[in-house]
Design a binder for this molecule. Structure first.
Ligand SMILES: O=c1ccn([C@H]2C[C@H](O)[C@@H](CO)O2)c(=O)[nH]1
Ligand SMILES: [Zn+2]
Length: 138
């Protein structure tokens, strides 16, 4: 299952629209039922409007009513040897899924140009997170 998830992230990266950074990122969400939802980064001529791969994948899950069902996430980016780790904004978006699903989501960070991988729980990447509970929700 992990290999299928990694491959889905690598496939997604090939669908990135990243003419400005040329940094192609793919994200794959493993859901409770074993299905996989993918996303790739979508850049814009107004650079700051660009969407990360994780953001796209999580938005797809949310629109399908499945944000609570994310178990693991694989992210792959670039063509270097260093694993690609979710940016701060994406960590916060992942936290929404984690809180909804009451799960400390496992994040696989993969390198685009090597077999290097890192595994982190969201609680390690985003300690003391702000979430729905801070608003008295959930
Ligand atoms: O985890 C990450 C890091 C970066 N990017 C995108 C944003 C931008 O399009 C490009 C360069 O930062 O990579 C992602 O999609 N996910
Ligand atoms: Zn991001």
């Amino acid at each position: 299952m992990t290999e299928a998830l990694f491959q889905a992230a690598r496939d997604a990266a090939t669908r990135a629209y990243a003419p400005y950074s040329r940094f192609h990122v793919g994200a794959a969400l493993l859901m409770t039922d074993g299905t996989i939802i993918t996303g790739a980064n979508v850049e814009n001529a107004s650079y700051g409007l660009s969407l990360c791969a994780e953001t796209v994948a999580l938005a797809k899950a949310a629109n399908d009513g499945r944000l609570a069902d994310v178990v693991e996430i694989a992210v792959v980016g670039g063509d270097g040897a260093e694993p690609c780790r979710p940016c701060g904004r994406c960590r916060q978006l992942i936290n929404e899924a984690a809180q909804l699903g009451k799960r400390d989501i496992l994040i696989h960070c993969l390198a685009g140009g090597s077999d290097a991988t890192e595994q982190h729980r969201l609680s390690i990447l985003l300690p003391h997170a702000f979430g729905p509970a801070d608003l008295g929700i959930g």
